[in-house]
Design a protein around this ligand. Structure first.
Ligand SMILES: Cc1ncc(COP(=O)(O)O)c(C=O)c1O
Length: 441
């Protein structure tokens, strides 16, 4: 597959041209990558209206993912989430949006910016802060009970712990009601390259966003907004403008070149490599389980350890890994999460098993409960625009949440902006180590 952006940058860097254009470093600097960091010069195309090398590169990505259109984001999935919300909201008279509760904070920012009001799907009994598996029955019952149909249905899959939604079933129910299904697939770009149908586009989603930087070999910030072949045509024609509304007018060519280079890699023998790596991760999970370490079911390139089942905190397990020179993706009071890709070799993965082996067993604990959606006092938009003050979490019960999320990662809000903070949710925030929260004054 061609790599027109990368080729252009290499040619330009080698051309000896005097850079009487932005950026100010003029191609020289301490990082070594400055030579490839350019702006929209002649021949470099323009991400806001691509007709040349960027258009060719995005078309390559679209062919790889089987989409109607794939657009690059240099602002991560955070930019794409807001763009998806704008696209869906524009073709609906409603301002309600039906979402599984474990949203990333970019969803709350999007709702605030666009004046959308979330209505929550709560998931089954096993729901936690990060996971909220919704059944087709729950979705259908919720939609049947709503006075007006929402803008769309919005889910996160995989979530931060790697739990996957039944995207096909949820797409089918959404479509029965004439609604688009939007999927935050920030953690699942690689699913496209596994055998079988695993990527949201293949399972019926109308739009989804993939953080290429999270699971593919792409620089941080690189993401895709995919428009499915089955979705309405307006999504495709308006998507560029929608992304532009939430991104810089100076998108990074380093990130675009990285997305471009990924196309060549992914179109080679990546499917085989992806499958092989699934096996390696499966073996690691089996080894950990054989050593008495519980590992949750998750998307294949992740190891999610429910530390509470061992009587440990995720932070304690993370400390053991760090002692073995392994840095995890995420740890909280209940969970330890490792994100793995074929950029790691089998020998390196063995260090994970070694660092966690020989754990002394303790009595299991109960995990923290999921948050309880609180009384909605004002909209997310009014909450983000309101005058605010920071208060100790011990004094926040009864106040109205002013910010989109209090922790990052996982950036999944315990209390949504505009909700009254209940005593239970205040205790939950304290349990997650949050000391201060911003509340409406
Ligand atoms: C579920 C989820 N959605 C969206 C995002 C935002 O992705 P990005 O970092 O690419 O902006 C994240 C980031 O961690 C995430 O975990």
């Amino acid at each position: 597959m061609t790599t027109p952006i990368l080729d252009f940058l290499r040619r330009y860097a080698g051309s000896g041209t005097l850079r009487a254009h932005m950026p100010g470093h003029k191609g020289r600097g301490p990082l070594g990558c400055e030579q490839y960091d350019i702006t929209e010069i002649a021949g470099a195309d323009d991400l806001s209206c691509p007709e040349g090398i960027i258009a060719e590169s995005e078309a390559n990505a679209s062919a790889l993912f089987g989409s109607r259109a794939t657009l690059y984001s240099t602002g991560g999935s955070s930019q794409c989430v807001k763009a998806m919300l704008l696209l869906a909201a524009r073709r609906s008279g409603s301002r309600k949006i039906l979402a599984a509760r474990n949203v990333h904070k970019s969803f709350v920012h999007g709702c605030a910016l666009l004046g959308l009001e979330p209505v929550w799907l709560r998931g089954g009994a096993e729901a936690s802060l990060c996971s909220c598996r919704v059944s087709a029955d729950e979705l259908r019952a919720k939609l049947e009970g709503m006075d007006e149909l929402p803008v769309c249905v919005y889910i996160t899959s995989p979530d931060y712990l790697g739990a996957l939604q039944d995207v096909a079933a949820l797409a089918s129910v959404s479509h029965d009601f004439g609604l688009p299904l939007l999927v935050d697939n920030a953690h699942g770009a690689y699913l496209r390259f596994l055998p079988g149908r695993a990527h949201p586009l293949e399972l019926g989603a109308d739009m989804c966003c993939d953080s290429a930087h999270k699971t593919l070999g792409v620089l941080t910030g690189g993401a895709y907004l995919h428009i499915s072949r089955r979705s309405c045509r307006d999504f495709e024609s308006d998507a560029r403008e929608a992304l532009g509304a939430f991104g810089s007018s100076s998108p990074s060519y380093l990130i675009m070149a990285s997305l471009d280079a990924a196309n060549a890699r992914l179109s080679a023998d990546y499917g085989e490599e992806a499958e092989r790596f699934c096996r390696i991760c499966g073996e690691l999970r089996a080894r950990l389980r054989a050593d008495g370490i519980p590992v949750a079911d998750s998307d294949p390139w992740r190891v999610s350890v429910p530390a509470y089942e061992l009587g440990y905190s995720g932070h304690e397990l993370a400390a053991r890994l760090r002692a073995g020179a392994v840095e995890p993706e995420f740890a909280d009071p209940d969970w330890l999460v490792l994100m793995l890709t074929p950029a790691l070799n089998q020998g390196e993965l063995e260090r994970i098993g070694a660092a966690l082996s020989g754990l002394e067993r303790r009595a299991p604990r109960s995990p923290l409960p999921p948050s309880e959606p609180g009384e909605v006092v004002i909209t997310p938009r009014d909450a983000l625009l309101a005058a605010r003050e920071s208060v100790p979490v011990s004094l926040c019960a009864g106040r109205v949440m002013a910010s989109a999320a209090a922790t990052c990662p996982p950036a999944v809000p315990i209390v949504i902006a505009g909700e009254r903070i209940s005593a239970a949710n205040a205790r939950l925030m304290a349990s997650y180590g949050i000391e201060y929260v911003d509340v409406v004054k």
